[in-house]
Ligand binder design. Structure first.
Ligand code: NDP
Length: 447
């Protein structure tokens, strides 16, 4: 890192947030890449742009008591980090997973600032969640938890203030319970959450948006930077089997790719002839089952317990599960097997060491904040439809999603070129996302 100002901010943050490793990882990655921007715009230091960016505008931590099916009271911890509202109301999902803590929510909220900026829509950055684990809970338990979570959250959110959505562990069922409770408490039917069901003001293509957007982005960057056609005929290794992975696999197959792996937190499936998506959808989306069940329906596939999904031979890797799931060893294995592109569907799935290695080996690297922005983009479109009291057709929404993803590719490549980092999609995305937010923060004064 060459710039003194950036170095000072990173060093101070390393002390102040020493107990927040994921947050430090995310901030270091972004701040380091802004080096060329501060060379050209040293006046940004005077307005304390970085110190303001790394400190959330507001952090809410709250108790979530709920009653399990046996009548026992349980307590979880709830979070909402309202990170930055320079370009719009706070926007970002809710994650329910035992690994959730303040560091995880802050890293996700920080990333969200730049991702939302890249969409070109008026969306600020935020994120929330809880260490509650919806797995193995009854519908009644999940409902009571969601209601209790909203009993506190509702006073901090609103269609013009903060608009949460889903993330890991928060799908259609959870959004339904959360929305129902918000409506009851606020006595208002508004677009306060996105990812809603179609019968109560959700948007067509929202469930598919992150996965579809990931494939539109991947196809485009392969064409533009590798020059040998897009996803068609490529073998794709994918991790995860949740919302993002399932619809990324669907779109990849529609585009002529062969998806050869999928996983969950217990293991992974290798299907060299191509994953049968209807089977995965049945297991994961309809019955909340395990990916291990897949091999019962596909004799040519093999199930492997534990990690290892990146050891399968593939041309393209799409990590779609969770943070830091693709390590340096995984990156080496992918390169050894001839992988030409790693594009992130999950948030921060690749470790810094893995990214550095991939770049050194000239593997195309598509960063999460650009590649998975399709989900929040269609959430933004859901907000527009809610404000207009209108529903757009699937074709209209999908067309707009494609346009947003192509714009993100263009903005990233243009910013990289402008600052002498031609072809670097990660640096380009960070700079393009930063420029819009910094401009708005300059305009709003010190607030
Ligand atoms: P889901 O809960 O629908 O699915 C998550 C998937 O990842 C599951 O297959 C899950 O397996 C697996 N997984 C979760 N934690 C781990 C872990 N610690 N180790 C291995 N596997 C794990 O979540 P989404 O698909 O919505 O989200 C996946 C990623 O995409 C996250 O990083 C999220 O932040 C990001 N994202 C999601 C968006 C969205 O619109 N939903 C938008 C943009 C980004 P298991 O079932 O065993 O837990």
């Amino acid at each position: 890192m060459k710039n003194d100002y950036i170095k000072r901010v990173c060093d101070n943050l390393a002390i102040k947030s020493s107990h927040e490793p994921e947050f430090l990882q995310a901030t270091n990655e972004v701040l380091e890449s802004l080096d060329p921007v501060f060379k050209l715009n040293p006046e940004l230091e005077q307005i304390g742009i970085l110190e303001r960016l790394i400190e959330p505008e507001r952090t809410i931590i709250f108790r979530v008591p709920w009653v399990d099916d046996s009548g026992r009271v349980k307590v979880n911890r709830g979070f909402r980090v309202q990170f930055n509202s320079a370009i719009g109301p706070y926007k970002g999902g809710l994650r329910f997973h035992p690994s959730v803590d303040l560091s995880v929510i802050k890293f996700l909220g920080f990333e969200q600032i730049f991702k939302n900026s890249l969409t070109g829509l008026p969306l600020g950055g935020g994120k929330g969640g809880s260490d509650f684990d919806p797995k193995c809970k009854s519908d009644g338990e999940v409902m009571r938890f969601c209601q209790s979570f909203m009993n506190e959250l509702y006073r901090h959110i609103g269609q013009f203030t903060d608009v949460p959505a889903g993330d890991i562990g928060v799908g259609a069922r959870e959004i339904g319970y959360l929305f129902g409770q918000y409506k009851k408490l606020a006595n208002e039917f508004s677009g306060v959450l996105t990812g809603k069901g179609l019968s109560y003001s959700g948007s067509l293509v929202r469930p598919e948006a992150t996965g579809y957007g990931l494939c539109y982005y991947t196809d485009e960057v392969l064409r533009r930077l590798k020059g040998q056609g897009g996803l068609h005929d490529r073998r794709v290794a994918m991790s995860g089997s949740g919302n993002v992975a399932v619809f990324a696999a669907e779109k990849a197959a529609q585009m002529g790719a062969i998806v050869v792996t999928m996983s969950d937190s217990t293991g992974w499936v290798h299907a060299p002839n191509g994953i049968k998506l209807d089977v995965v959808k049945g297991i994961k989306l309809e019955h909340r089952g395990r990916i291990s069940e897949y091999v019962k329906y596909d004799a040519s596939a093999k199930y492997h317990e534990g990690r290892g999904v990146w050891s399968a031979a593939a041309d393209v890797a799409l990590p779609c599960a969770t943070q830091n799931e693709l390590t340096l060893d995984d990156a080496k294995q992918l390169v050894k097997n001839g992988c030409q592109a790693v594009v992130e569907g999950a948030n921060m799935p690749s470790t810094p060491e893995a990214i550095a290695y991939l770049k050194k080996q000239s593997v195309l690297f598509g960063p999460a904040k650009a590649a998975n922005a399709g989900g929040v983009a269609v959430s933004g479109l859901e907000m527009s439809q809610n404000s207009q009291r209108l529903s757009w057709t699937a074709q209209e929404v999908d067309d707009k999603l494609r346009e947003v993803m192509f714009n993100i590719v263009n903005m990233s490549l243009n910013a990289a070129e402008k600052y002498g980092k031609s072809g670097d999609l990660a640096i380009g995305a960070n700079i393009a996302g930063f420029e819009r937010v910094a401009d708005a923060m300059k305009a709003e004064g010190v607030v």
